[in-house]
Design a binder for this molecule. Structure first.
Ligand SMILES: Nc1ncnc2c1ncn2[C@@H]1O[C@H](COP(=O)(O)OP(=O)(O)OP(=O)(O)O)[C@@H](O)[C@H]1O
Ligand SMILES: [Mg+2]
Length: 395
């Protein structure tokens, strides 16, 4: 799939931008702070209904405006879809597809398949487990949109259960009886989420290993993925491979129920839910060691890239051609990694690339260049772009 047109209104620093796009690579070039990342952040928002930079929506709305709008014409084979998202911080977002409003904004998830790689992705390797859970769940929902409901129901149940546990600490008794009801929901939804995550890790792992070998060289250590769970049956972090037997949702629910019962006392004491997929982690390892705490900076960066290229390959293997977004990443890669990434970007149906310096982007990706400056995004003619100079002003 590819975006044929992107329009933003009051999104980040953009008052309004209207941009025709085509298949193949497009490079957005411009000085620091002109709004290149903001442009591709909007594309990412269409795919995940979230930003890769912030967890709340408010910063996405242009200062002084009440709402932001992202509108895109999406080409999928010979069909065209018009997607419109109204971002209303503090209120429900509104989403329309082909001008028909969706009942729930989250019904958009899975429609726009896109994989975004940015400097922020280093946290996938070095950051807290929450970053990796979000990574897994975003990919999960992109592949299986039905799970968006399971994820948000789980979050809601978790909140309610935590609130109840807090009151249970003060006045045991009644609250504990109600807790049993919430345990049922938690265990049911948690089992589904765990099963889906395990399946995903198993499906993703070979693609990440392949991408890492492609990026770091075939003589580098092997990258592997495992799942470390608060429910022992769901995994202890050791690599999940082709032969790994994966428990089903029913078994996982039963195992979660058991753990919840065991930890009941601790949960009441601490006033929070201590077991379940919200406490788990994706374990990335390199050779025999976990990446977190052991991998060098360069290795961590290559692993982050391999995770994203693995997503790209997985979605592609599912039969969807995702839009590849590369935000400001070429400047920090060495020649070999640059070439490996350029080859993938060349093969994408559409690749949107940002850079402050055009020369940092491999020449083979510079066919279409858009200059971002002064609140405008203006396509440069290829002849000008070719030698790497960027005109100060385009008339
Ligand atoms: N909600 C907002 N309202 C207005 N301006 C904003 C908002 N959010 C961010 N900005 C501005 O957008 C600019 C940053 O844009 P962006 O991150 O897209 O830059 P960039 O072109 O990617 O730069 P770099 O090359 O440094 O990565 C900053 O100047 C910032 O102040
Ligand atoms: Mg940027």
């Amino acid at each position: 799939m590819y975006l044929r047109h992107l329009q933003l209104g009051s999104f980040r620093n953009w008052d309004r931008v209207d941009l025709a796009l085509g298949p193949g690579p497009t490079v957005f070039v411009g000085r620091n702070g002109e709004g290149k990342t903001n442009l591709v952040e909007a594309v990412g928002y269409l795919a995940t209904m979230g930003s890769h930079r912030v967890s709340a929506d408010a910063p996405l709305v242009r200062q002084g405006a009440a709402q932001a709008v992202v509108r895109a014409a999406l080409r999928r084979e010979d069909r065209e879809l018009l997607v419109e998202v109204e971002i209303n911080p503090g209120r429900a977002n509104r989403v329309r597809v082909n001008r028909a409003p969706l009942q729930r904004p989250r019904e958009l998830l899975g429609l726009v398949k896109s994989v975004l790689f940015a400097p922020e992705d280093l946290v996938l390797v070095r950051g807290d487990p929450g970053e990796r859970r979000r990574f897994l769940d975003d990919l999960l929902v992109s592949r299986t949109p039905r799970l968006a409901g399971v994820r948000s129901d789980y979050d809601r149940v978790l909140k309610q259960r935590n609130a109840l546990l807090k009151t249970a600490r003060m006045a045991r008794g009644d609250a504990l009886a109600t807790l049993d009801v919430w345990d049922g929901h938690l265990v049911d939804l948690g089992g589904q989420l765990l099963a889906a995550r395990l399946r995903l890790v198993a499906d993703l792992a070979p693609h990440v290993a392949g991408a890492y070998a492609g990026v770091a060289g075939s003589d580098a250590a092997v990258a592997a993925l495992g799942y470390a769970s608060t429910v022992p049956l769901a995994g202890d972090g050791t690599p999940i491979g082709e032969g790994t037997a994966l428990p089903g949702a029913g078994e996982l629910s039963a195992a979660l129920r058991e753990r919840v019962a065991e930890r009941r006392g601790d949960e009441v004491d601490r006033g929070m839910t201590l077991v379940g997929p919200h406490r788990d982690d994706l374990v990335i390892s390199l050779g025999s060691m976990p990446a977190k705490g052991f991998a060098s900076h360069g290795e961590s960066w290559s692993l982050a890239l391999a995770l994203k290229l693995g997503c790209f390959a997985l979605l592609r293997a599912d039969g969807d051609e995702p839009i590849l977004v590369l935000d400001d990443v070429f400047a920090t890669l060495d020649a070999e990694r640059r070439a490996a990434l350029a080859a993938v970007a060349r093969s994408a149906e559409q690749a949107l690339v940002t850079a402050a310096v055009l020369d940092d982007v491999p020449a083979e990706l510079r066919g279409t260049v858009v200059q971002v400056a002064g609140g405008q995004a203006v396509p440069l003619d290829p002849a000008t772009a070719e030698d790497g100079t960027v005109r100060e002003e385009v008339t």
